[in-house]
Design a protein around this ligand. Sequence first.
Ligand code: ADP
Ligand code: MG
Length: 198
Amino acid sequence: MNTSLTVITGPMFSGKSEELVRHLRRYAIANIPAKVFNHALDIRYGKKKIISHSKESWDSIPIKTGAQILSQITADTKVVVIDEVQFFNEDVIMVISHMLYRNINVIAAGLDTDFRGEPFGPIGSLLCMAEKIIKLKAVCSVCHEWNATRTQRLLNNGEPAPYTDPLIKVGALDSYQARCHSHHDLPEAPFNTILQKK
Ligand code: ADP
Ligand code: MG
């Protein structure tokens, strides 16, 4: 097969991890060795698995930096799978380029936008580099249509998180919902202010 980068993206609950597991099953059937990584920040249900909200799972190696991927790949690695790629810093872009030039196929899944609706970490560059993009939608928690492209952060008190909330809040009791653009609620967003001034 031609070496390629595939990026699976969309909001939370859109099925990115499910899609990764679907790919991994096919590789297993075809006897193609794959190395599977997720970011150690994703501590849902235990660290050593990619797990979807529908409980699909696959064993994975939790890591914190792109460099840790390079130390794990071996001469027979044909595919590298990375979940929650948005949590990595920009170094992961160079690591992925390096693997592609070594004829290792890469499938990376991650959020396209953060709760502010802005590109999340390295995802923008990866989308530009990708040979294939699978962009998924979730069901909006407000209008219940299958059109959600945004991730809504709700504070512990149920209020929508303001734009000024920190991007990553480890251990916070916030919750997240998938929402369509019309129902994404983002108080204090700079683009709202610009519109109000006109
Ligand atoms: P992601 O990795 O994109 O967060 P997952 O693969 O973990 O998504 O989960 C997708 C699954 O989440 C769906 O198959 C469905 O069972 C469940 N789910 C829960 N809430 C929603 C929603 N609002 N829209 C779509 N699927 C949802
Ligand atoms: Mg996921």
